[in-house]
Design a protein around this ligand. Structure first.
Ligand code: PLP
Length: 446
């Protein structure tokens, strides 16, 4: 079938491109946006229409687009060494990045396994912890994670994720993945009720470990703040309970900081903010400022030590060709330099707090059920009407999305939720533009 028969509007060049998590029929039936270029906080499409980037391109680009400092670092590196793999041999940018990450990583984290994306980081962490226990002669292998969590697309990461619909049609998931409730309740609660509910959720971890047998549970995998799940940030008591439980039963605490890492929640890592002492931390997305695919699973010496011996039998049997690409490492080093040098995180967190109090005004609108946020991460839950609290349906959400794009606001949508993950470089005028646009659009939803 030719493209003209499917859609007279879509351009021929888009016909062969299959988008992730996208119903392609919708793309083929509509005039699709092609992003042609990016500059700082803006994206420009094929008609040179300008969009304010309120998603940091899916959490990836908090430093904005087109920063010559990072691009130059990548170019310089590619001119010097365009590629070398990390199987047995090293290269300079990977060594430097591993050093840098171990310097800035929280707590006992010290050993850096490089990957190419967030899913691969989570997959690496799961396999690392399972193999760690295998090498110690333990039978621990089960993974406990949260409902409503997103950890990625490879089978292990997917099995640990909490969105049932994402697992549909892929056959049986790997064995040994268990879920406990996320610390989030749509009921309207007082602060005290909320805190008590969160602690009850945290206690589910111990209950599940005991029900399964502590000798079978290897790790607890958690996003400190659920991102895709809708900016779910429990209080400190929640983290105190899960940390203590992990310690008591020798369950490794694996913290997925793919979205929270590199400043999103107001500190370099959310683990610092919540006093977490992870055994493994998963990184991705903003680690390279979005300038090159990159990720990492950063582990403690305790985990690393168990893999050391004279035999290949205890090596970490895992890795992929492009992980730790020299260009990616150069991008990572440059991005971390900018982030830590320019005081961007603290400034962004301050602006974020102001933006959150603005966004909370939107709760007055019929269509807005709840507004949550932390640092530079915000979620707005939309409902058919505030009294009934029935989630806004897909067709209405499509209309909201279209209105945002038409107004030049680049926003992320998940179910009945708007997610805003602005770059850290936005100024007051950008937040004012975003707020005015959203208010106008949401006040017109019928
Ligand atoms: N972990 C979390 C918390 C994520 O939000 C994501 C992606 O959104 C991933 C892991 C997977 O990262 P990637 O899409 O780079 O594979």
């Amino acid at each position: 079938m030719s493209l003209a028969e499917v859609s007279p509007d879509a351009s021929e060049e888009q016909y062969h491109l299959w988008h992730p998590f996208t119903q392609m029929q919708k793309v083929l039936n509509a005039q699709n946006i092609v992003v042609e270029r990016g500059e700082g906080p803006y994206l420009f499409d094929q008609n040179d229409k300008r969009y304010l980037n309120l998603t940091s391109c899916l959490w990836n680009a908090p430093l904005g687009l087109g920063r010559s400092e990072i691009i130059d670092a990548i170019t310089e590196q590619l001119n010097e060494l365009s590629f070398a793999a990390l199987f047995r041999t090293a290269h300079r940018p990977a060594i430097k990045l591993a050093q840098r990450l171990s310097e800035i990583a929280p707590g006992r984290l010290n050993r850096v396994f490089l990957t190419s994306n967030g899913s691969e980081s989570v997959e690496s962490a799961i396999k690392m912890v399972r193999q760690y226990f295998h090498h110690t002669g333990s039978k621990k292998y089960k993974v406990i994670s949260l409902l409503n969590a997103y950890h990625g697309v490879s089978y292990g990461a997917l099995a640990a994720s909490g969105f049932a619909e994402d697992q549909q049609g892929f056959g049986p998931m790997p064995e040994g993945f268990l879920k406990i409730p996320a610390p989030f309740n749509r009921d309207r609660q007082s602060e005290e009720e909320r805190a008590a509910f969160e602690v009850a959720c945290a206690k589910e971890l111990e209950r599940t470990i005991l029900a399964e047998g502590a000798d079978s549970v290897a790790m607890f995998l958690i996003e400190p703040v659920q991102g895709m799940g809708g900016a779910i940030a429990p209080g400190q008591a929640y983290f105190d309970v899960i940390s203590e439980t992990c310690r008591r039963y020798d369950v490794k605490l694996v913290v997925d900081e793919v979205t929270t890492g590199f400043g999103r929640t107001g500190t370099l890592f959310a683990s610092e903010r919540f006093n977490l002492d992870p055994d493994v931390m998963c990184l991705g997305k903003a680690i390279s400022g979005g300038y090159f695919p990159l990720g990492a699973a950063v582990a403690t010496d305790e985990i690393w030590d168990v893999f050391l011996s004279d035999s290949d039998g205890t090596r970490f049997n895992h890795g992929s060709t492009n992980a730790g690409h020299p260009g990616a490492c150069a991008a990572g080093l440059a991005a971390i330099d900018i982030l830590t040098r320019d005081n961007l995180i603290e400034a962004a967190a301050e602006r974020g707090a102001t933006f959150l109090s603005d966004l909370r005004q939107l709760k007055e609108l019929q269509v807005v059920d709840d507004v949550r946020g932390i640092g530079m991460l915000f979620a707005i839950d939309l409902v058919r009407d505030e009294a009934g609290r029935e989630p806004l349906d897909a067709a209405a959400m499509d209309m909201v999305a279209k209105a945002c794009y038409a107004r030049g606001l680049w926003i992320h949508f998940s179910g009945n939720r708007i997610l805003l993950l602005p770059p850290f470089i936005l100024g007051d005028e950008h937040f004012a533009e975003a707020f005015a646009g959203l208010k106008r659009i949401l006040s017109r939803v019928p």
